[in-house]
Design a protein around this ligand. Structure first.
Ligand code: ADP
Ligand code: ASP
Ligand code: MG
Length: 815
């Protein structure tokens, strides 16, 4: 025999009640179950609100009307007209009673816990009367049972303690004398010795089901709810949370105690004692197997089972010399709190015994504070204890699982995930069972923290990178296209999801917490975007406070650079193809790197040199593995390469430059390439990465242009000057051709000095053969002495640059 408990959402609407009836019909051949029902979804909260409103002399009548209507609507939809009257009448009586009670609270301005329980009990009573009548259309023996008469408790209203022996006897007797009935039992409510209504605590219908299960030695206790069982995390916080097939009672208890509201923690106790499995199933996805909570679960490969969280928590910290070495201090503190019914969620004590921190629900914080002040008055006055203070606005995050016990490195993984995402940990507690590690963090960080930890522990699941992009020019556009094309591949092969959460150009910006659909990002930016404002963009990005966040700068402008430090200090990684930042003052370059290191995030700029070619990465690997750079020689201007490779035969210099610009091989302003400035920046960045603290002025640039071209004031004037100086360029071309050489603009780093010179090289030179817009770089190092390490390939163009940015993005967080 099974107990089937249906929660608030499962009795909350016409559709869900139809589903419930369907589930019961499926059981027709099997042994008759007992059904336990909650109040309709939202009704308990609403009753509570009405009770508080009445006490505060505020209106409650509207809400009362609304819940009445909610029940009546279902009855009218699911019962034929002739069958409606008896139920409507019975419910009407309940609502009249309820109104009288609320009116009394209103008149007296007083709401005791006892009255509150009475008011709440109407939620379960109404839903059960309603559903049992509807069920009678399908099962002639359906019978309403007021469960409060059978579950006997003490008088601790709000969270009463069950008298197990008496309760089990009453339930068994009742069940035996109603053997032919299909029972619909009210969850959550119970009664004390005097027959007054008590309740089992919020979420207590689950517990009712377990109590009935234990009393009747049920085969299984089925908890029917609105999700696919117990998930790895709260699905409202973590979109990727997934259902756990099996849990031990302890694991389920820990997860639910720390916030997984899908099952009420005390539910596990009667089931555990009687070895009755609990299964959590989805009313709206009946065929899904759900989660089994039972003895002897199979060992799982998952390092942890789940992550739960308590949204609002307060902490109190007690410290002072009076505690050190004083046996029994903690005992005195916690027995005081327990005696006064203050539930302590978590405790940590420093090993010096100099301080104890404990967490309580915010509603209990002030009570705890005044209890301590009273109990330890003497110690406080003698300054042996510091006056404690309450700290609010905090949350608890807990990771839970029996495997934690056997697996080292779990806490390391937890803390590094939190650290990388800039989540400050206020206190840590590890249960001695090692089934649980909990941390207290700021409430505003909770969602980010749970997602980051989820990603860190379920690495074989998709990891999400949340990306904010500046710039929608050639590179930005191409990147979005590549991201969109690669999405399925990434998901399948890299278990990675890249979500663009924000985009901005100089005119407009658009941020969307749900992510931006890349198939029409341009339209969204146009239609939904607001006026661009970089400070605001970054502010909103920070406010979203997402895990694994990446700020991508696809511009060539100065403005974003000023924000890099702030972004890195907010624990957000930076990926940039913008060379301006790293090639400005050396101190700034160092500051970026230090900020990234300090905050445990990445600062990647592979595309600063040679577009997508692995140049920066190669240099970094050489340096990190202890090699020493003796010399770097490079052609790093794809533009100039292209120009020299095509400046042949009859072609004129300015024509070739124009062609390069039209093909997108130049900076937006081609002068930046031809005056050597862009090349200088790249050489400077390489030199810095090779360990030299150089500034722009330390780089000697031999111009490849006559002075008049360099002095041009606009792009048009520049082209005109190139044309005027055609003879100069023709000369170069002919001289090279006659000596069977080629023109090459080559940068060199040697002995800490950087120079860029125009050279004519013959076929003995490694840079002789170079086609199109290719870049080439050769590293001569201690290890690569006789034959340098050479990287060569296309070093310009939106396609390869965007691909390099893409690679940097997916490398974020790979360490
Ligand atoms: P019911 O009304 O059926 O008792 P509850 O609202 O009490 O349902 O509990 C189910 C809800 O618990 C889910 O809708 C989900 O939002 C929330 N929840 C929080 N943490 C978890 C978790 N780890 N697994 C499943 N659900 C969770
Ligand atoms: N209706 C009660 C509540 O909302 C009990 C339950 O749903 O389990 O807390
Ligand atoms: Mg519940």
């Amino acid at each position: 025999m099974n107990i089937l408990k249906f929660g608030g959402t499962s009795v909350g609407s016409v559709e869900s009640i139809r589903a419930l009836i369907g589930i019961l019909k499926e059981r027709k051949g099997a042994e008759k179950p007992v059904v336990v029902l909650s109040a309709m979804g939202g009704v308990t909260n609403s009753l509570l609100q009405m009770a508080e409103n009445a006490r505060n002399a505020q209106d409650y009548a509207d809400d009362l009307k609304k819940i009445e209507q909610k029940h009546f609507d279902v009855i009218r939809a699911l019962l034929p007209a002739i069958a409606q009257n008896p139920v409507l009448t019975r419910l009407k009586i309940y609502f009249n009673e309820l109104e009288d009670i609320l009116q009394s609270v209103y008149n007296l301005r007083e709401l005791s816990l006892q009255t509150k329980d009475l008011i709440l009990s109407y939620g379960e009573r109404c839903s059960n009367v309603m559903v049992s009548h509807i069920a009678r259309q399908h099962f002639a023996n359906a019978e309403y049972v007021d469960g409060s008469e059978l579950i006997k408790t003490d008088s601790n209203f709000g969270q009463a303690k069950v008298n197990t022996y008496l309760t089990e006897t009453l339930i068994r007797d009742f069940y035996e004398s109603n053997a032919d009935k299909l029972l619909f039992v009210t969850g959550f409510i119970s009664s004390n010795d005097e027959g007054r209504i008590t309740t089992l605590g919020r979420g207590g219908s689950d517990y009712t089901a377990a109590i009935w299960g234990a009393a009747l030695n049920a085969d299984e206790i089925e908890i029917w709810t609105d999700v696919d069982g117990m998930l790895t995390a709260d699905p409202r916080i973590v979109k990727k949370a997934f259902s756990l097939p099996e849990l031990s009672y302890t694991e389920a208890m820990e997860l639910s105690y720390f916030g997984a509201k899908v099952i009420y923690p005390p539910t596990m106790i009667p089931a555990f004692l009687k070895k009755i499995p609990i299964v959590i199933k989805n009313t709206f996805n009946v065929d899904f197997p759900g989660t089994y909570i039972k003895h002897g679960v199979q060992t799982s490969k998952l390092p942890i089972k789940g992550i739960s969280s308590i949204d609002e928590i307060s902490i109190l910290n007690l410290s002072g010399s009076g505690m050190v070495g004083k046996a029994g201090f903690a005992g005195r503190l916690f027995s005081l709190l327990s005696r006064e019914q203050v539930n302590v969620v978590l405790i940590t004590q420093s090993s010096s015994e100099h301080s104890i921190t404990f967490a309580v629900k915010p509603a209990d914080a002030l009570k705890a504070l005044s209890l301590i002040n009273r109990e330890f008055e003497l110690e406080l006055q003698a300054r042996k204890l510091e006056y404690p203070e309450v700290e609010n606005g905090l949350s608890v995050l807990a990771i839970v699982g029996e495997n934690m016990k056997r697996t080292p490195g779990i806490s390391g993984r937890l803390f590094s995930a939190l650290g990388r995402n800039g989540v400050n940990i206020r206190a840590i507690a590890q249960g001695s069972s090692e089934y649980n590690i909990s941390v207290i963090i700021g409430r505003s960080d909770l969602s980010k923290a749970v997602n980051a930890v989820h990603d860190a522990f379920y690495a074989d699941l998709k990891k999400t990178l949340n990306v904010f992009c500046l710039g929608t020019g050639n590179i930005g556009k191409t990147l979005f296209r590549q991201l969109q094309d690669q999405m399925p591949f990434l998901a399948q092969n890299n278990d990675l999801q890249v979500k663009v959460m924000g985009v901005s150009n100089t005119r407009k910006m658009y941020l969307n917490p749900e992510g931006i659909d890349l198939s029409n990002w341009e339209k969204s930016l146009q239609q939904k975007g607001q006026k661009a404002d970089l400070t605001e963009f970054i502010g909103q990005m920070k406010d979203m406070n997402l895990a694994n966040c990446v700020f991508v700068d696809n511009t060539a402008s100065h403005n974003p650079i000023q924000h890099y430090l702030d972004v890195l200090q907010s624990s957000i990684s930076v990926v940039t193809c913008n060379k301006i930042g790293n090639s400005a003052e050396y101190d700034q370059y160092v500051a970026f790197k230090q900020a990234a290191r300090k905050h445990g995030v990445d600062f990647y700029y592979e595309t600063n040199v040679g577009a997508g070619l692995p140049i920066i990465r190669t240099l970094k690997d050489l340096m990190m593995s202890g090699d020493r750079i003796a010399r770097i020689e490079a052609i790093l201007s794809g533009t100039i390469s292209y120009i020299f490779n095509n400046f042949k035969g009859e072609r004129l210099f300015h024509e070739v430059v124009k062609e390069a610009q039209d093909l997108g091989y130049t900076e937006p302003d081609p002068r930046d390439d031809l005056n050597g400035k862009d090349f200088m920046r790249k050489m400077l960045i390489l030199a810095r990465d090779a360990g030299y603290a150089l500034e722009e002025k330390d780089v000697t640039i031999e111009s490849m242009l006559p002075a008049a071209c360099l002095a041009a004031k606009s792009v048009d004037e520049f082209y005109a000057e190139l044309q005027n100086n055609a003879a100069y360029f023709e000369n170069l071309k002919n001289e090279a051709a006659q000596s069977q050489k080629v023109l090459r603009y080559i940068g060199k780093l040697e002995d800490g000095k950087v120079a860029i010179t125009l050279q004519m090289v013959d076929d003995a030179h490694p840079f002789f053969m170079l086609s199109g817009s290719d870049n080439i770089i050769s590293f001569t190092t201690d290890r690569y002495k006789d034959r340098p390490l050479v990287v060569k390939g296309p070093g310009a163009g939106a396609e390869v640059t965007a691909a390099g940015v893409f690679a940097d993005i997916i490398n974020v967080g790979k360490r």
